[in-house]
Design a protein around this ligand. Sequence first.
Ligand code: ADP
Ligand code: MG
Length: 329
Amino acid sequence: MQSAVLFKNVSRHYGEVRAVDAVDLEVRAGEFFAMLGPSGSGKTTSLRLIAGFEQPTAGHIEIFGETAEGVPPYRRNVNTVFQDYALFPHMSVRDNVAYGLMIAGTGKKERFAKAEEALELVRLPGYGDRAPSALSGGQRQRVALARALVNQPKVLLLDEPLGALDLKLREQMQEELKSLQQSLGITFIFVTHDQGEALSMADRVAVFDHGRIQQVGTPEDIYQRPDTAFVADFVGSSNILPADVVQELAGKGAQASLRPEAVRIGPGEAHEATVTGLSYTGAVTRVSLAFREMHLTALVAAGTPLPERGDSVRIGWDASALHLMERGA
Ligand code: ADP
Ligand code: MG
């Protein structure tokens, strides 16, 4: 498959700060790719390198097989949707959406027709005359999206685009972005610090930490088979078992991750533990357990009988639920 974006040993350093540090990366044409990581891990800098707003201090970038170094942003066939929308407040929605086409010298009639098409794509047909200030936050985000799609880029970069929306709207936009990406077939590179968002939307996810990529894989790879304790911990609050405990349980001296939903509580189970806390979260209850000087978390589905704080309980899991992390932290 053709690669949309290729990083070969790319770094972007600011003095002592290694914002992006020796990153190798391949984003495939037509995929929905998520860059996931905590604040300051280098996600935005990576997007800016792809967009051409930043130049690498070392390494090489290709976009659809062509060298990106020295190519200005407007010649890259790449557009960005920013978290803060960055709409021009004094321009109508139509002029905002058509702005890139105007700069490119497209005539007024064609430009407005394309703007209306893009507004239809984001389900805002007929909104062209409005001022951005007359729109809700969710609608402004759609206008920003229409503006980025209007000249049909081959790669769309989205930097935490849903961060300012409330939960309900965010979930709705997640589904819409996903189906838009599938129907347009454009490569989407989506930056987020929200693991649920990355896992539910992306074909593949890169997990960033301190300017480096810890792991790239499908959501299932990342969630079920994390390479490192950082990934296991960041991607879902996993239990990390230390190497000496894993040695005893599984005969191998490596750290292992154990998802809370894989921990069973019941009389027939193999190990002894004490309940140290319970927290009800709706569909599941989170049970905190003391097990061999460690803290473990189990998730118990609603409707299952719950132990009480201070109870001694038996706990267990399938051997296959223990995922060894040979690469360590
Ligand atoms: P993220 O988007 O994952 O939160 P960024 O890519 O914005 O992370 O930043 C990565 C690191 O680089 C941070 O430590 C940030 O402070 C630093 N950084 C980003 N841009 C600059 C800049 N223009 N000058 C100096 N440091 C920067
Ligand atoms: Mg950022």
